[in-house]
Design a protein around this ligand. Structure first.
Ligand SMILES: [Zn+2]
Length: 96
C-alpha cells in the first residue's frame, strides 16, 4: 500500500532539468529533499534562476521553505499560481 505518498516533479526551464520527489500527505519536503532538488535543478552557487528548491517555470507548485530548511508545498498549488507572474502576485498578496 502506497496511497499515502505521491510524487511530484519539479522542473527548471532555464537549466532544462527536472527532479522527482516523493511526498507524504502533509505535502512537506525534508531539508534533504529541498537540498537535493536545488542541486539537481540548478546546483550553481549564487544562481538566482529559480525558487528555494531550484524550481522555475510554469507547472511548478508553490513551495515555501522555512528557516529549518524544510519545504511546504502550498495546498492550493493546483488552482492557479502556475506561472511566475501569478506566483509573484500571490506572494505580494500574501505579504499584505
Ligand atoms: Zn540556476
Amino acid at each position: 500500500m502506497d496511497t499515502l505518498t505521491s510524487e511530484i516533479t519539479l522542473s527548471n526551464d532555464f537549466h532544462m532539468t527536472t527532479v522527482t520527489l516523493r511526498i507524504g500527505p502533509d505535502k512537506r519536503l525534508t531539508p534533504g529533499q529541498v537540498r537535493r532538488a536545488r542541486m539537481t535543478l540548478c546546483g550553481i552557487d549564487g544562481c538566482t534562476c529559480g525558487g528555494d528548491c531550484g524550481e522555475r517555470g510554469p507547472g511548478n507548485p508553490y513551495i515555501v521553505v522555512g528557516p529549518d530548511g524544510a519545504g511546504q508545498i502550498m495546498p492550493d498549488w493546483q488552482h492557479g499560481h502556475e506561472t511566475p507572474e501569478e506566483l509573484d502576485q500571490y506572494v505580494a498578496e500574501s505579504e499584505v
